[in-house]
Ligand binder design. Structure first.
Ligand code: RFL
Ligand code: PHB
Length: 397
């Protein structure tokens, strides 16, 4: 088989790239290790930046998002039971949209199916070859039979544990990493959200987050030690812990019920540089991870893909390699700003084991600074809504 671009991974990054290329007449094949249902069963992100919504519109996959997504004009931070609302709309004229990653993935899969583009699920032993030359190939096994696809480019959109980054010689990669000694225990519940907007809470028992998927479905998280096991957390234990970390008024309003999903996600900051190796590109979680505190992971994956799609379209349309040559540096500029913001938000909101009294007072001082200063609140709003990163430009080469 031959195609123009082989995309490894059918997460949001791979599916969106496929869609943006396909709309410009560029042929792609997507190879995914898991089944469609498995991919759609993963509960992950929930907050979309305006730039992400715009790219989904360009991909022709935003109809349901506009009908069902919830536009939020701000978020609340709560410190030791004191809440403060940050009005993004008023501060900087921007909003975010609450719409689950599962739904984004669903919409992109439906759009791809409707166009007849080729996706192959449940493939094993994917391997990448010859990407340092002009004729790369990708091999895989499907139902016990080996196959090979010849292509012009390979897009590694296969997440943190994928094969693409692992195929690059170690000497060609530099990685930067910080693992946190805690994770988020998340619960999905068929109950109306406790508040119209998200509440991020710093409490001496640990961080908590009140999020949502719709007017009738809520998503809640509490910080737990990273080695914590889900089976040790009954629903009752989770609701008790969450209530204790919220201000009394919110705790009182919280509607609880049986969890429909419960899982622990470890927190990590990670960047691999560069993002291009000859004719192989990395995009999304394959290249970088942020702790979920800033709601940046999915948005960052989408931003990478926007740049990569433009670079490949420019290559096929104009035979120009400029976009391809700049892809890695352009994406990294944006990635490092999101890493910085996600790390900062994580550090001011969590109970860090190494935090002494001085550190705790500094966390409080950060909150007070944000409450007192419109400039600080606007900087927070710019970063949370994605406005900050969107203005970063590469300097002259
Ligand atoms: P994905 O979604 O991991 O998809 C990669 C796909 O590649 C497949 N794959 C392979 N396929 C073929 N061969 C192989 N060898 C393969 N190895 C892997 C996988 O099966 C998978 O289908 O990466 P992608 O597309 O880069 O998307 C990234 C996002 O999923 C991720 O950044 C976000 O979910 C992070 N995230 C959040 N991001 C936000 O922007 N806003 C949020 O509010 C937000 N909340 C979160 C989050 C992540 C969380 N967890 C569970 C880590 C909340 C949580 C709890
Ligand atoms: C979510 O709804 O899953 C969510 C929202 C905001 C975050 C992280 C996760 O910062």
């Amino acid at each position: 088989m031959r195609t123009q671009v082989v995309i490894i991974g059918a997460g949001p990054a791979g599916l969106l790239l496929g869609r943006l290329l396909e709309l410009q007449g560029i042929e792609t094949v997507i190879l995914e290790r898991k089944s469609r249902d498995y991919v759609l069963g993963r509960i992950r992100a929930g907050v979309l930046e305006e730039g992400t919504v715009e790219l989904l519109e360009r991909a022709g996959a935003a109809q349901r998002l506009h009908a069902e997504g919830l536009v939020h004009g701000g978020v609340e931070l709560s410190f030791g039971g004191e809440r403060h609302r940050f009005d993004f709309k008023k501060l900087i004229g921007r909003t975010v949209t609450v719409y689950g990653q599962t739904e984004v993935t669903h919409d992109l899969m439906d759009a791809r199916d409707a166009s007849g583009a080729h996706s192959i699920y449940e493939v094993d032993d994917v391997s990448l070859h010859g990407f340092d030359g002009a004729s790369p190939t990708v091999r895989y096994v499907k139902d016990g039979v080996g196959h090979e696809i010849a292509c012009d480019f390979i897009a590694g959109c296969d997440g943190f544990h994928g094969v693409s980054r692992a195929s690059v010689p170690a000497t060609a990669l530099t990685t930067y990493e910080r693992a946190y000694p805690f994770g988020w225990l998340g619960v999905l519940v068929e109950k109306p959200p406790v508040s119209d907007e998200l509440i991020y809470a710093n409490h001496e028992r640990g961080f908590a987050l009140c999020s949502q998927r719709s007017h009738t479905r809520s998503r809640y998280y509490v910080q737990v030690p990273v080695e914590e096991r889900v089976q040790d957390w009954s629903d009752d234990r989770f609701w008790d812990e969450l209530r204790q970390r919220l201000d009394p008024e919110t705790a009182e309003r919280l509607q609880t019920g049986p969890s429909i999903e419960k899982s622990v996600a470890p927190l990590r900051s990670f960047v691999a540089e560069p993002l291009r190796f000859g004719r192989l590109f990395l995009a999304g979680d394959a290249a970088h991870i942020v702790p979920p505190t800033g709601a940046k992971g999915l948005n960052l994956a989408v931003h990478d893909v926007g740049l990569l799609a433009n670079a490949l379209i420019e290559f096929y349309r104009e035979r120009s390699e400029t976009g391809i040559a700049h892809y890695s540096a352009r994406a990294l500029l944006h990635i490092w700003n999101a890493e910085r913001f996600s790390w900062w938000m994580t550090s001011i909101l969590h109970r860090l084991p190494e935090l002494d009294d001085f550190g705790r007072r500094l966390q409080r001082a950060e909150f007070d600074h944000l409450r007192q200063s419109d400039a600080a609140a606007s900087a927070f709003a710019e970063n949370y809504t994605g406005k900050a990163g969107s203005r970063l430009q590469l300097g002259p080469a």
